[in-house]
Design a protein around this ligand. Structure first.
Ligand SMILES: [Zn+2]
Ligand SMILES: [Zn+2]
Length: 324
């Protein structure tokens, strides 16, 4: 199930006084019904299928789908997020290709749009220019922002943000040009073809598991960073920021839930001070670092970390407890 979540950067400016009204209520910008309907179908089918799936006779398709899920998460976290948005490390071409293919398995919009959105998110976090501004509500930050036109400030600041490094990268340019084909093939077609051809899984089971359950799981896991990790949790690094430390999100996203740390030190390739066993992205980056395909891994210095915790933290960090 392919959903077009491409941001609309050509939307004419809408002022706050032009609130959009419909039978669901009053919104700051018009709803995008195409996305609301497609997301609703995706989630209804995925949730229903989770309940009716024959786990006893078809256990391996779920293990397989979870493996693809982890690959997708690596593509978002290791590629679109930590490499291309934040430049927290550098890669050689083979790893860049692996990351682009992994990212393609997510079924999300282009890397170029992902990077632009996320740089705007960091620069104008929790304001009207933030694409998934948490101040517009939990549901808006989770999925609502993809179901309505963008706030004029998001469009304005999105146009101003510098993404020349992304545009100058020939591999990303090539991927962006054909991303609809890449996502169709690597997110839906190929993952659905492998189980029937390799071990005789029924086609319908494979398609429902990969194109609905796995796809919805990847989207929701990623969205929790914008919703849960901007809502629930402590702020040991900077209490003035909305982003929080959220272990559930860290587990779901394989290491992106230490969001207070990440917003305080976005250039740190670990996106967390500590390494947990489920921080698959960091473990994978370090593996490729040993292989020589990832290099110049950036981390915050212990001194800057300590000073930030002392000056800005909410007192929940172990260091704060020691000094108090
Ligand atoms: Zn954030
Ligand atoms: Zn970030």
């Amino acid at each position: 199930m392919v959903i077009d979540n491409s941001p609309n950067f050509t939307l004419p400016a809408i002022t706050n006084k032009d609130k959009y009204k419909c039978f669901l209520g009053e919104f700051e910008t018009p709803l995008v019904w195409k996305n609301i309907i497609s997301h609703s179908i995706l989630h209804i089918v995925a949730v229903c299928y989770i309940f009716i799936h024959d786990y006893k006779n078809h256990p391996w398709i779920m293990v397989y789908a979870y493996t693809i899920f982890v690959i997708s998460i690596f593509g978002i976290n290791g590629g679109a997020h930590r490499l291309w948005t934040h430049r927290s490390y550098k890669v050689k071409t083979p790893l860049k290709v692996i990351l682009l293919v992994s990212y393609s398995t997510t079924g999300m919009y282009s890397v170029l749009d992902w990077v632009r959105d996320h740089r705007v998110h960091h620069k104008y976090s929790d304001t009207n220019a933030d694409p998934h501004n948490i101040n517009r509500g939990f549901l808006f930050a989770h999925v609502g922002w993809l179901c309505m036109k963008r706030h004029p400030d998001v469009i304005k600041k999105g146009r101003e943000i510098d993404i020349s490094d992304i545009k100058d990268d020939p591999l990303i340019r090539f991927h962006t040009k054909y991303y609809q084909w890449f996502r169709l093939f690597f997110c839906f077609v190929l993952p659905s073809m492998i189980p029937p051809l390799l071990w005789g899984e029924p086609w319908i089971v494979s398609i429902l598991t990969n194109s609905f359950v796995k796809y919805a799981a990847v989207l929701n896991a990623t969205w929790t960073v914008n919703s849960l990790a901007h809502y629930f949790g402590n702020k040991p690094y900077d209490k003035n920021l909305r982003p929080t430390q959220n272990l559930l999100v860290a587990f779901l996203t394989k290491g992106e839930g230490h969001h207070n740390f990440h917003h305080a030190f976005p250039w740190d390739y670990r996106a967390s001070e500590f390494l947990h066993m489920f921080h698959v992205t960091t473990i994978a980056i370090e593996f490729f670092h040993k292989l020589g395909w990832a290099y110049d891994l950036k981390t915050v210095s212990p001194e800057v970390l300590r000073k930030t915790i002392e000056r800005c933290g909410d007192g929940t960090h172990e260091l704060s407890k020691l000094t108090n």
